[in-house]
Ligand binder design. Sequence first.
Ligand code: SF4
Length: 329
Amino acid sequence: MSTNNNDILVEVQDLKVYFPVAVGSLIKRKIGDIKAVDGVSFSVKRGETLGLVGESGSGKTTTGNALLQLDRPTGGKIFFEGQDITGVGQKEIRKLRRRMQIIFQDPFSSLDPRMKVSDIIGEPLIIHNMAGSRSEYRDQTADLLKVVGLDPSMGDRYPHEFSGGQRQRIGVARALAVKPSFIVCDEPVSALDVSIQAQIINLLEDLQEKFNLTYLFIAHDLAVVRHISDRIAVMYLGELVEIASRMDLYHNPMHPYTRALLSAVPIANPTVESKREHIILKGEVPSPLFPPKGCHFHPRCESSLEICSKEPPQKKEIAPGHSVTCHLY
Ligand code: SF4
């Protein structure tokens, strides 16, 4: 089994997460499955950040949820620290949650408005029996606030008294409380102003170094993941279409979908920006209930070949660590 490699913290093999769809009010009849994630494989090395990018409906959030067993896999395998955690029971899931945490997109709705911030941060310590005495608990929550750049005296306030960026810092502190090794960052800056986004990304980078954290960083565009990711995986309609190191992906994107996503990322230099080709993606992401035959991307692809609407392309490694799923290669 490839998971013997000590460098790999998380490994996903042929992951599938399907949601059944039924019609009828009295007698339900299943008409199909939404294949939110369909045969996705990748690994995340210890201490690295893997960016996971795609438009909404690409399956990236479901992939993150499946790693944490928030959505149970329909097929495939998930390994964490070499252990097969696919389909483990509730007791095991509870134990895993100490080592795997999540930071949600929306800092407004992910914090209980009736709880004081110190209790929001401290709740995971109580759940996992790590709170210790009352004064130890107080010290731990104060330290966590400090670590994310908030004043410990703020622990007595309620979430509505904080700005969006501060609330996301609280979400980060809560995820850190139980000293996890792996954190799924599910679009953690998408709801924030651009000026605040960089602060939160810098904070996540500092914390990664300080606590040797490993991240799966989910985002819907390639601009956000550029600075934080070591490698980047691109998803489209439940499938992984390209995976490469950050350098390779930005300088040598191979999949037509990756190229279109990259062309939407603005470049600071106005001369270069004015000469760039912008690829406008045709139409919307099709319904995952009835995905197009062959390559799911073919109705929107500028480079589509005859075979593309008939046969699904296979994943190919075109350079070490750079794989693409497309008939062009
Ligand atoms: Fe485009 Fe064909 Fe490649 Fe799909 S397989 S991305 S349709 S060229």
